[in-house]
Design a protein around this ligand. Structure first.
Ligand code: FBP
Length: 309
């Protein structure tokens, strides 16, 4: 156990040894093991965006086993997926890397107010040997309070049974404009909500400099909160999650094979004190060897071993 991982675990004083062991598994695995940084492969896009949009750019990715192999070979800290993908591949890769079961999912056939269905349970996560459960909330949706109640119940059970909890906190819905979904005030707020809901690991999108809420705007201006650069915005989001005492990681977004831009984002996450990335489409939609190379560069940037080229 490195001093940094010990320090991070000390922030979660209410948790049982079982939950802390699982959190430590996530932090100690892979190329970034022990650094306090994480790169996680999430593959729920088949459910969330549909199979062709997700896997046609790199057809081997239709096979559930592809993603286990990619995460293992790249040295990711963990692999996160819905029930079906984990059931389909789990037996072939027992003990090879920590797993996170997504316990709710949405599809893009539904165009009504953003919501998710419960698609997995704590019992499923334990049966599949997972270290954590994952759950998406949509702050700003008319369904947000229902989702907060659901994650509360799943997190309570997960913690009672010794698992860690990862919350994907993605603002969207009737209360927000499109720009508001990634505005700095709203992303910082989304990180705070996930922390208050008891997440061990919080996942948000990288924020823009836009400020959505009028009341918040006044404070950002009065207090001169620095939000000009991406690194400053990352630092503000991390501060918003209990003064940096919660693990906050940032999502990759739609495939953007302009690696320069991607590496600059990883650099900003590193410079702002973010804890790493969760990179789905940008890794599994490119050929395998290129994905490994990109993920290794991402890890080196997060570990401070390399600068964005
Ligand atoms: P990507 O790196 O592919 O963006 O994946 C991260 C992720 O959080 C997935 O887990 C999830 O399916 C997707 O983003 C959600 O994307 P959207 O913003 O379209 O809902």
């Amino acid at each position: 156990m490195t001093p940094r991982v010990k320090e991070i675990l000390s922030w979660y004083g209410a948790d049982s040894p079982g939950t802390l062991t699982n959190l430590a598994r996530l932090l100690n695995h892979g190329r970034l093991g022990g650094t306090g940084k994480l790169v996680i492969l999430p593959v729920d896009q088949g459910f969330e965006h549909g199979p062709a949009r997700s896997f046609a750019p790199n057809p081997p990715a239709y096979d559930p086993r592809y993603h286990f192999e990619l995460a293992i070979q790249a040295g990711c800290n963990a692999y996160a997926a819905p029930l079906g993908f984990l059931e389909a591949g789990g037996r072939d890769f027992i003990g090879d890397l920590p797993l996170i079961l997504k316990t709710n999912d949405a599809d893009s056939l539904d165009t009504t107010e953003p919501n998710q269905a419960i698609t997995g349970s704590v019992a499923d996560a334990i049966r599949l040997g997972c270290s954590a459960v994952g759950f998406t909330i949509y702050p700003g949706s008319a369904n947000q309070y229902e989702m907060f109640g659901q994650v509360r119940a799943i997190a309570k059970e997960a913690k009672a049974k010794g698992l860690a909890v990862v919350i994907w906190s993605y603002p969207r819905g009737a209360a927000l404009t499109k720009a508001g979904e990634t505005s700095i005030d709203v992303i910082a707020y989304a990180a705070q909500i996930a922390a208050q809901l008891g997440a061990h690991i919080i996942k948000v999108k990288l924020p823009s400099a836009h400020i959505e809420q009028e009341e918040a705007k006044k404070v950002y201006e009065q207090q001169k909160i620095p939000i000009k650069t991406q690194a400053e915005r990352v630092a503000h989001v991390v501060q918003s999650a209990f003064a940096g005492r919660r693990i906050v990681i940032f999502s990759g977004g739609a495939a953007n094979f302009d690696d320069k831009a991607l590496f600059e984002e990883f650099q900003a996450i590193h410079d702002g004190g973010g804890f790493g990335s969760i990179v789905g489409r940008n890794s599994f939609q490119r050929p395998h060897a290129e994905a490994i190379k990109m993920l290794h560069t991402a890890m080196d940037i997060h570990a401070g071993k390399a600068k964005a080229p």
